[in-house]
Design a protein around this ligand. Structure first.
Ligand SMILES: Cc1cc2nc3c(=O)[nH]c(=O)nc-3n(C[C@H](O)[C@H](O)[C@H](O)COP(=O)(O)O)c2cc1C
Length: 163
């Protein structure tokens, strides 16, 4: 079984984690920002879901990963990035590649301006972004279903090879 551990703010990374789960035979989804006692022996691979804000990877992920790495678990590792700006996909994927073990598989899932869970300043920023995009007749960012499906297919192969 795979563990999908997601780190997001306004629900898109969570949504992507559950969409990915549907493509994997057996996968458990957990919110990385909630403290869990994780029994890693249950899993044959770990998949991190990470959102981007102001050009940076989710801070809770960075903090979590520092501790995780110290445990030297040797679980096959992969990650997907959730971000609004698809033009910067390589930049964001490289941020993740620089942190995870060299042979980790990294994907980009796109992003959304999701107001469902957004509060305070985040909500204002997102509303502003939506307005700016609409003023310029630009399509709003979206999750990319084909990227999620491709990623799932790679993961299955990747974990089989590494076990
Ligand atoms: C405060 C804020 C800053 C953001 N900064 C970036 C950014 O630098 N680059 C980008 O591609 N998307 C950026 N986004 C868009 C998010 O990556 C996008 O909304 C993503 O779907 C958020 O995932 P979440 O809903 O799981 O938090 C930003 C969004 C917010 C609210």
């Amino acid at each position: 079984m795979k563990l999908i551990l997601y780190f997001g703010h306004t629900g898109t990374t969570e949504k992507a984690a559950y969409l990915l789960q549907q493509y994997l035979n057996q996968a458990e989804v957990l919110d990385g920002r909630v403290k869990h006692k994780i029994d890693y022996s249950k899993y044959d691979g770990i998949i991190f879901g990470i959102n981007v804000r102001i050009g940076k990877l989710n801070k809770a992920f960075l903090k979590f990963y520092k501790k995780y790495k110290k445990q030297n678990l040797n679980l096959p590792c992969s990650a997907f990035v959730v971000a609004g700006d698809s033009n910067l996909r390589s930049t964001y994927m490289n941020l993740v590649r620089n942190i995870l073990p060299e042979d980790s598989y990294v994907g980009f899932f796109g992003g959304e301006f999701n107001l469902t869970y957004a509060k305070g300043i985040t909500k204002r920023i997102l509303k502003n972004c939506i307005e700016k995009f609409q003023e310029q007749d630009l399509p709003l960012p979206q999750l990319i279903p084909s990227a999620i499906k491709d990623f799932a297919m790679h993961i299955v192969e990747y974990i089989e090879v590494h076990n």
